[in-house]
Design a protein around this ligand. Structure first.
Ligand code: KIV
Length: 294
């Protein structure tokens, strides 16, 4: 796909035409290349990389430098998709300066925008990043960097009072200059309630259909997440993990049975040269090899 690079203006135009934006996570060059070729509109280099790529127990343990490795791989691949870099835990909370430096490092590495978790309580940081010229996406609802406060991976915004709190947080992000907010794990009615009341681009992951676009974690969609979490809102489109495991097991069987490599996997040379090398092999066997093959 050689379509032009997606920008905030492109995303706003999609919303104006009532077209849904397609948003997926990617962390490496091949996956981002396939997503870009498939025509997705946005790629999130999520701090979920901690769990999907590094086998860590939560998103809290990944560092800015580790995120930058994933971000550089993805931005190298994304010729079309809008790339959002997910600011990891403690890379924006401590001070405005920390936030600007962290977000700036992501932009310098090729991101089109950054994402941070929280509403009113991070509004000052969002304003600081926006004032530095950086496009910022907020993240409300289930915010994994606050897992201790939320008490686990739980649905958020289940009452009117909770929906109104989400709205106040979304409004705070809007006032701070964010261009967008991502709602995670909230009932469809709550997401629609928020979306109808703000001018932000509102994306959802587990937030029902009445949002401006859908995000899914690529490992959940492809079936190659190694871990215990299986969110209700995921639809699986492939079984990559099982296919990879089957391929590795087949390869192991072939190697052990001497079925790989076959003649078709070997480099051919001139028959005369081959005969000379074969003859030399018989004349000059290395003493160690002779002992082993005796
Ligand atoms: O890190 C991530 O992939 C995310 C999504 C779960 C929203 O933030």
């Amino acid at each position: 796909m050689t379509a032009r690079k997606v920008t905030v203006a492109t995303l706003s135009a999609l919303k104006a035409r009532h077209e849904k934006a397609v948003f997926i996570t990617a962390y490496d060059y091949p996956t981002a290349t396939f997503a870009d070729r498939a025509g997705v509109d946005m790629i999130l280099v999520g701090d979920s990389a901690a769990m999907t790529m590094l086998g860590l127990p939560s998103t809290l343990q990944i560092s800015l430098d580790e995120m930058l490795v994933f971000i550089r791989a993805v931005t190298r691949a994304a010729k079309h998709a809008f790339v959002v870099g997910d600011l990891p835990f403690l890379s924006y909370q401590p001070s405005d300066e920390t936030a600007i430096r962290s977000a700036g490092a992501f932009i310098a590495a090729g991101c089109d925008a950054v994402k941070c978790e929280g509403g009113s309580r991070v509004a000052r940081r969002v304003r600081a990043m926006v004032d530095a010229g950086i496009a910022v996406m907020g993240h409300l609802g289930l915010t994994p960097q606050s897992l201790g406060q939320l008490g686990g991976y739980r649905v958020q915004g289940k009452s009117l009072a909770a929906a109104e709190q989400l709205l106040r947080d979304a409004e705070a992000l809007e006032r701070a200059g964010a261009f967008s907010v991502l709602l995670e794990a909230v009932p469809a009615e709550t997401a629609a309630f928020v979306r109808e009341r703000v001018d932000l681009l509102v994306y959802g992951i587990g937030a029902g259909p009445e949002v401006d676009g859908q995000l899914v974690i690529s490992h959940d969609l492809l079936g190659n997440f190694v871990g215990e979490i299986a969110p209700k809102f995921v639809k699986r489109y492939a079984d990559v993990g099982a296919n990879v495991e089957r391929a590795f097991a087949e390869y192991a069987r072939d190697v052990r049975a001497g079925a790989f490599p076959g003649p078709e996997h070997c480099y051919q040379i001139d028959a005369a040269d081959e005969a000379l090398i074969r003859a030399a092999r018989q004349r000059t066997v290395h003493p160690v090899v002779a002992a082993v093959t005796a």
